[in-house]
Design a protein around this ligand. Sequence first.
Ligand code: GAP
Length: 511
Amino acid sequence: MSDDQFKNVISHAKEYGYIFQSSEIYDGLSAVYDYGQNGALLKNNIKAYWWGAMVQMHENIVGIDSAIFMHPTTWKASGHVDAFNDPLIDNKDSKKRYRADVLIEDHVEKIRQKIEKEVKKAEKRFGDSFDKEQYLGTNPRVMGYQEQISTIMNRFVKAMEAEDLADVKQLIEDEQIKCPVSGSMNWTDVRQFNLMFGTQLGSVAEDATTLYLRPETAQGIFLNYLNVQKTGRMKIPFGIAQIGKAFRNEIVARQFIFRMREFEQMEMQFFVRPGTEMEWYETWKERRLNWHKSLGFDIAKYRFHDHEKLAHYANAAADIEFEFPFGFKELEGIHSRTDFDLSQHEKFSGKKLQYFDPELGENYVPYVVETSIGLDRMFLAVLSTSLQEETLEDGSSRTVLNLPAFLAPYKVAVLPLLKKDGLPEKAREIVNLLKFDHMVQYDEKDAIGKRYRRQDAAGTPLCVTVDHQSLEDHTVTVRFRDTMEQIRISVGELPALVNEKVALSTQLEKL
Ligand code: GAP
């Protein structure tokens, strides 16, 4: 997708009430966005899909909703006060600030793309007899690129682990990484920058306590581990899920809702017996990828990326990357967090956070496998993939938002063909028939063709048109967004048809 197409996604999101810049009338607030009338509905539907798949479909997973404010010691124990940093670097000519790790990863991605190009060329050359694995393992040029990537990444990981920021800068210089804006290599030193937002609790300055806005929802789950385990009589393995806001003072917040300073996460911590975490890690990688694939988008848009540099709490980690309009980027993380968090909270709180395993007859601190997805990123993945510009058989074009029907904000638009002759009243009857189960829109303005196009662009999967015949025989025309096919059915058949097409339950059954 080109830059122009991405710009098109952003302007479409605004025009159709999906996403607005926050505080727009005051010229906006950087990297903060509001969800409009359609956006709020799409977002809720994505949450329902996640919650349904995680909580409703698993007897051993329950959901909570913990507060954004937490005791400040939480963040000391979790390591966020000391280690939740990004390495930043400024270009002295453009005055632009970058994450050093992102500059390096983007550079590596470019080398990776060279490999892809070579593979494509070879595929063409060799046709059906092409063996990709063999080619990757034997072609000298490709092997050279691979070697280059691992040398860069090994050096970077080593430098970060040793907190050798001077070497990170040196690596950027050695690789001749230039500022994308100024094109120069006039870099400052690399510095660490903590991403947490601090605020004050209490009205009197001297007595005020510094609190942090949570940078991940996971800690609310860890702090409630024992409450939930005991009151829910949960037996290991079990999970606790949560959807909620998180806040990060991102250094570089670009690319629309991909990287925001206020965003939402959907996280699940799965508590397991020590020693079984790798099995569960693999299981959750597979289950989560399956959740994504079930949406029916092109599966070539997904790939796993194993972390080379692990977060301070993890012994294994992988991202599910998605091909966004600006390339493959992290959409979801699956992390094996060991017993790091619960052990740290035991240490800092002095309270035992253990589990008595009746089968083993012993107490232990459970290990944790986490799945963590950004709701806003998921929203962007869905929106950008669904927006299509189609050329029709007659040569005309239409803009259509091919959202999976169960995610669409409005499921049905009811359209009286004319604004007279009792057609609006009949159409209102149909709205009243469907509105208890679905979001239904009534639209009587403009010619019918124009109304269809408007609903196509807004993503409404079904249009129901009421005409004069409807008054006589109680039938209506149903038009399908994706195929533009039209069928005539009786009003009595409508509720079942709509249900069949848009129900979340049908989607959950696919998992
Ligand atoms: N509890 C683990 C954790 O927070 P993470 O990889 O830092 O891990 C998890 O974040 C997910 O949250 C990411 O995969 C991404 O989808 C989303 N996310 C992280 N930072 C974000 C930001 N600034 N804006 C939007 N989404 C973000």
